[in-house]
Design a protein around this ligand. Structure first.
Ligand code: SF4
Ligand code: SF4
Ligand SMILES: [Zn+2]
Length: 277
């Protein structure tokens, strides 16, 4: 298998390309999704005022899935020494400490672990969403901007230090629109929204990727015949979780390089009954 062409479509042999990431694994599926969206995202970025050094959007609040978090971590471990990665995690952890001091209510809500404990089909969606909205509102305060930028923003150049491996939300923010009834709405920063109509005329439709995006975030638990949501947190909260045990992070990365999200999760639930089920 390692002599076969790599699943990513580079044309190179798997052993010379994604040698550690197997076809059908959670990371391979995520990266394929990024690749498929890539060309259209680039077209839309070309229509927008986004450019290096413009980073208001990186001061906003957002969450990513745990799969995306581990994917980013795997790439950081490839690029940097273990101690450098631990320093990055520590930087995120400090933001968590800051949040606990400045905004204990939000910190408490985050610790309630709002995702993945309840099956999507059986959970009370309205309650879940209202708690999540409270969380976002509480984090957003009055300005809707965070008191610190994303931990991966280079403050000097105002550019993203993980651009090639940035999560889905950063790829789609501002570059995709949604149809609400007859109306087409662009979701983006204030700069984009000012010229929304003009940009939308030139942009290509990205809604075809929405279903795949949702699919990547949902996990089928065969043992319970139900679907749960992959955990979603802000970057710094993942740092809080992973500061405790960097070895566990590496183990998780190995699992996600070799197995689908379902396999990883079902393997886990067969040993460990998740709460709320
Ligand atoms: S989304 Fe807005 S703030 Fe972010 S790069 Fe584009 S124009 Fe700048
Ligand atoms: S990951 Fe990069 S693009 Fe996304 S918010 Fe952080 S710095 Fe900005
Ligand atoms: Zn490859």
């Amino acid at each position: 298998m390692r002599n076969e062409p790599c699943w990513c479509g580079s044309g190179r042999k798997q052993k010379k390309c994604h040698k550690d990431v197997l076809k059908g694994s959670a990371f391979a599926n995520l990266e394929q999704f990024y690749n498929e969206m890539g060309e259209k995202v680039s077209v839309n970025i070309g229509c927008l005022p986004c450019q290096k050094g413009c980073a208001q959007c990186c001061y906003d609040h957002f969450s990513i899935t745990s799969t995306e978090w581990y994917y980013i971590m795997s790439k950081l471990y490839e690029k940097y020494s273990d101690s450098m990665v631990e320093e990055i995690i520590d930087r995120g952890y400090q933001l968590w400490v800051e949040l606990q001091e400045k905004d204990p209510k939000t910190a408490e809500l985050l610790q309630k672990d709002l995702t993945s404990k309840k099956p999507i089909e059986r959970s009370d969606t309205a309650v879940h969403q209202s708690v999540f909205k409270t969380l976002i509102d509480s984090m957003a305060g009055s300005t809707h901007l965070n008191h610190h930028p994303c931990m991966f923003l280079d403050k000097e150049t105002q550019s993203c230090t993980i651009y090639d491996i940035r999560p889905t939300i950063c790829r789609k923010f501002g570059v995709s629109y949604t149809d609400v009834g007859e109306e087409r709405r662009l979701e983006g920063c204030d700069i984009i929204l000012e010229g929304a109509e003009k940009y939308m005329d030139e942009m290509v439709d990205l809604t075809e990727f929405d279903e795949a995006d949702r699919g990547l975030q949902q996990i089928y638990l065969s043992k319970y015949d139900t679907i749960v949501q992959d955990r979603t947190y802000p970057f710094f909260y993942f740092c809080k979780i992973h500061k405790r045990d960097p070895k566990l992070t590496k183990l998780k990365i190995l699992e996600l390089q070799r197995h689908s999200l379902e396999d990883v999760f079902n393997f886990k639930v067969s040993r460990l009954k998740p709460m709320g089920l």
